[in-house]
Ligand binder design. Structure first.
Ligand code: IPE
Ligand code: IPE
Ligand code: MG
Ligand code: MG
Ligand code: MG
Length: 297
């Protein structure tokens, strides 16, 4: 499935803002800034910032300052996401050599600098969020969303811990769902809620967006598992076939390919249901949701 038409334009805006927000390579200490920039600009679909912006657009289409805040929130989340990839690839976790079509951060800069570049991107993310030019209560709400999604209680770290502890064993459906909803869906739900909050959504609409994010994030990780089996390393820009080699708890391993595909499309339907009240205002979000389930990389 091809990318939605608007995608390239939004992605170009995101890349320009990421560049603006990141410390220059010449600033001391240059080595860590080089590693941070290397991983952020190695490639990447920029799905989370694009989703954050499009969630805001549902509520604030014509309000430039609110759309700008959503762009910055999306970029902050992309920094946090990139940190999660750098650490996910470390020898102590998934031990990967390839990411976004390039050598992984620790392969290029060594483990110490990769760990520190990851830490720095996580910290930079919260600095950027704290500077959002929105009402203070909205800024605090976004900070809470993102902090909680990145954390241990149903958040990304919790999911990563469960993911490595489930390796080689026989995780059941409940553990598998916990892993996917925590390590991946959590950041998607924070992304959509953050976009809605920046755009001026009320609490009910922000909750609806959070729920949309939960289902697309969950579907996204099911598709990530499927692509690990079906695609080449070249297509993915990361090592294919690794989940089976490391005996990870994945949908294909637990329920098989057919049921995995069915699960992804059921989750997509549940996601789309959340958008019903937004009618035509959510047309772009619908396209993005379809894209992230139909993608091949
Ligand atoms: C990869 O995320 C990690 C998962 C949560 C599955 P993406 O597939 O969005 O990675 P990039 O940002 O495009 O590299
Ligand atoms: C990682 O899941 C999710 C993160 C929180 C980074 P995976 O380990 O499946 O991600 P890939 O396949 O390496 O991108
Ligand atoms: Mg992993
Ligand atoms: Mg991995
Ligand atoms: Mg994977």
């Amino acid at each position: 499935m091809k990318l939605p038409d608007f995608y390239e334009q939004v992605r170009a805006e995101v890349d320009a803002e990421l560049d603006r927000l990141l410390p220059a390579e010449t600033l001391p200490p240059p080595s860590v800034h080089r590693a941070m920039r290397y991983s952020v600009f190695a490639g990447g679909k920029r799905l989370r910032p694009v989703l954050c912006i499009e969630a805001a657009r549902v509520f604030a289409d014509k309000e430039e300052s609110l759309m700008r805040a959503a762009l910055q929130a999306g970029c902050a989340i992309e920094f946090l996401h990139t940190y999660s990839l750098i650490h996910d690839d470390l020898p102590a976790l998934d031990n990967d050599d390839l990411r976004r079509g390039m050598p992984t951060c620790h392969r290029k800069f060594g483990e110490a600098h990769a760990i520190l570049a990851g830490d720095a991107l996580l910290t930079l993310a919260f600095e950027c969020l704290a500077k959002l030019q929105v009402e203070p209560r909205r800024c605090v709400a976004v900070l809470r969303e993102v902090a909680s999604a990145a954390g241990t209680v149903n958040g990304m770290i919790g999911g990563q811990v469960a993911d490595i502890e489930a390796e080689g064993g026989r995780a059941g459906q409940e553990t598998l769902e916990y892993i996917h909803r925590s390590k991946t869906a959590a950041l998607f739900r924070a992304t959509l809620a953050a976009g809605a909050l920046c755009g001026g959504a009320d609490d009910g609409d922000a909750a609806r967006m959070r729920s949309f994010g939960e289902f697309i994030g969950w579907a996204f990780q099911v598709v990530d598992d499927i692509l690990d089996v079906e695609e080449s390393s070249e297509a993915l820009g990361k090592t294919a076939g690794k989940d089976a080699a490391q005996r990870k708890a994945t949908y294909p391993a637990l329920v098989g390919m057919e049921a995995s595909r069915r699960a992804a499309s059921e989750l997509l339907q549940r996601a789309l249901e959340q958008l019903a009240p937004f009618e035509q205002g959510a047309a772009r979000l619908r396209q993005l949701a379809e894209f992230l389930v139909a993608r091949r990389a």
